[in-house]
Design a protein around this ligand. Structure first.
Ligand code: FMN
Length: 219
């Protein structure tokens, strides 16, 4: 039987992807997102207008999507309340966001030069596809202040031990992506830690005893 619980969040379990872009002064920005989907060699990335990355991608037309395992979850979370925008939007500042010009260093992650694009890879992330942005679509509708970017991945690096020997495939048993479920990080089927932007939201982990309540309604 289906119910209509009036879900606050539809992030029911999707990989987290730190997106690196080169910025005008030659340094790099790094923005974790969870709105990334793959279609063959293409990715579709959903980015809100408040992010610096949303402004930089149409100009740079390049990025790296450094797919992490659960190990760097703490590092990814260190990026959660940071932005590469010196003009931190007021609403974000009130939520605790701060300007951070050196995202990788702030997260304790290591930049590694890419081969085809100027944006760096993240060395701690075992699958970092180098991407070119080929299209951008404004998302319409009330309350939608976001862009869907289409990126193609002409070169995807994979940590050697994750390639199934003799194939062009990632070993599905060895590959354990860092997952965002609701507002929490998960890996290996387990809850790892809450994400900092979850603070102040009515997310399951914040309820006493981890209680999962549902607002039910009828279809
Ligand atoms: C786990 C996680 C997932 C996120 N997912 C998205 C997302 O899908 N789209 C988005 O626009 N922002 C997302 N964010 C927020 C961005 O990381 C945030 O806007 C950040 O300030 C962007 O950095 P920038 O302003 O330097 O580009 C997410 C943050 C975290 C921690």
């Amino acid at each position: 039987m289906h119910v209509v619980p009036g879900l606050d969040v539809l992030s029911l379990g999707i990989p987290v992807v730190p997106v690196s872009t080169r910025i005008e002064n030659g340094t790099a920005d790094l923005a974790p997102i969870s709105s990334a989907r793959w279609l063959g060699q293409y990715a579709v990335l959903g980015l809100g207008d408040a992010a610096r990355t949303t402004a930089d991608l149409p100009r740079e037309r390049e990025c790296v999507l450094s797919l992490p395992t659960p190990e760097p979850a703490d590092a990814v979370d260190r990026l959660a309340l940071t932005t590469g925008r010196p003009d931190v939007p007021r609403r974000r500042a009130k939520q605790g966001h701060r300007y951070e010009p050196e995202k990788c260093a702030a997260a304790h992650l290591t930049e590694q030069p890419s081969e085809l694009v100027r944006a760096p890879r993240v060395a701690e992330c075992p699958v970092p596809p180098e991407c070119r942005v080929v299209a951008a679509h404004r998302l319409g509708g009330p309350g939608a202040h976001a862009t869907a970017f289409q990126a193609e991945a002409p070169r995807t690096h994979v940590e050697e031990g994750l390639v199934t020997p003799g194939t062009h495939h990632v070993d599905p048993d060895g590959w354990d992506p860092l997952i965002m479920k609701f507002c929490e990080f998960h890996g290996g089927g387990h809850r790892l830690r809450p994400s900092r932007p979850a603070d102040g939201r009515n997310t399951p982990h914040q309820r006493p005893g981890g209680e999962r309540t549902a607002r039910t309604g009828t279809a």
